[in-house]
Design a binder for this molecule. Structure first.
Ligand code: DGY
Length: 313
């Protein structure tokens, strides 16, 4: 069996893979050009990708032997799943292992933006901390006891919810259907209008693309915050920029963007009420290693005709 791997992975997982199949590896951290994938996938039985490689119809068509696409991610919006399935290709992914790491980052972002942690750090580093302490200096917003809105109720939303319970937050959510969870199901407009902190926890698909738009942002409280570590295009970024500039909401904390890396001229960069991180949701040593193990094992199992650990259904 021959496989193509589009990124180096942490740990010894590529060596492990090489003991089982013949591996052709893209050695850089930046994504390979599409032409490289097309040229190299022709004789391959499997491909192991990350979320920066878009696997579309053209790539699938240039891989007549392809049986498995293993993605090193929980999201699979970068794969034309429908077309691959029509071709009988198995798609595997790495959910569950990154849930807690992502929820930690989301909660970190939530606290960072509400308590102005990054702004405070910047102020000191820029030598602008002039007066030691006074009652109205750099006031943030309380997290404890506030209303947390969750858009989505999957694994990551539940993990955020568990953390929020420790902060005695009132939790409301909206998802395709109500779940048996200790939180109140509300309609979409209520979610936007009642949340003090609105956390996006849906995957990107045709129904969630730009679900956070001008109309929805206008429903939010002026004192509220928006937090997103799912996928950038769930939010209409231009609408969010307008909302932040015009004070429709108090702030935002973003780990994902419509275009990544975030363009250097993005207005978000100069906004003090915005916390930005470069798609770090799952970026812990432990989680990234586990993701590598699962992505590699998924690929090997599926190529052998055995049940992979996680298959996209
Ligand atoms: C994923 O796995 O889809 C995440 O975005 C990576 O952090």
């Amino acid at each position: 069996m021959k496989v193509l791997v589009t990124k180096k992975l942490p740990g010894n997982w590529i060596s492990y893979l090489s003991e089982n199949v013949e591996v052709a590896l893209w050695e850089e951290n930046y994504p390979p050009p599409k032409e490289w994938i097309i040229d190299n996938i022709r004789d391959k039985d499997g491909i192991l990708i990350t979320l920066t490689e878009r696997i579309d119809k053209e790539i699938i068509d240039s891989a007549p032997k392809l049986k498995v696409i293993s993605t090193y991610s929980v999201g699979f919006d970068h794969i034309d799943v429908e077309y691959a399935k029509k071709r009988g290709i198995i798609i595997t992914y790495t959910p569950e292992v990154l849930t807690e790491a992502t929820a930690d980052l989301i909660f970190g972002l939530l606290i960072a933006v509400s308590r102005r942690i990054v702004e405070g750090d910047k102020l000191i580093r820029e030598g602008k901390w002039e007066i030691s302490w006074y009652p109205t200096f750099m006031l943030g917003s309380e997290v404890y006891g506030k209303t947390l809105g969750l858009l989505g109720m999957g694994r990551i939303a539940r993990a955020v919810m568990r953390r929020a319970k420790g902060f005695d937050m009132n939790i409301i959510y909206n998802s395709r259907a109500p779940h048996d969870v200790d939180a109140k199901f509300v309609d979409l407009n209520t979610l936007f209008s009642e949340s003090d902190f609105l956390v996006i926890a849906v995957d990107l698909n045709t129904t969630t693309y730009h679900i956070v738009n001008e109309e929805k942002l206008k429903l939010m409280k002026k004192s509220s915050f928006l937090i997103n570590a799912s996928r950038g295009p769930v939010i209409d970024e231009n609408a969010l920029i307008k909302a932040l500039k015009e004070g429709w909401i108090r702030g935002a904390a973003l780990d994902v963007f419509e275009h990544e890396p975030l363009p250097k001229d993005s207005p978000l960069i100069s906004m003090n009420n915005v916390v930005l991180t470069p798609h770090l949701g799952s970026a812990t040593i432990e989680t990234r290693d586990k993701m590598a193990e699962i992505a590699v094992k998924n690929l090997i199992l599926a190529l052998r005709g055995e049940k992979p650990i996680y298959e996209v259904r």
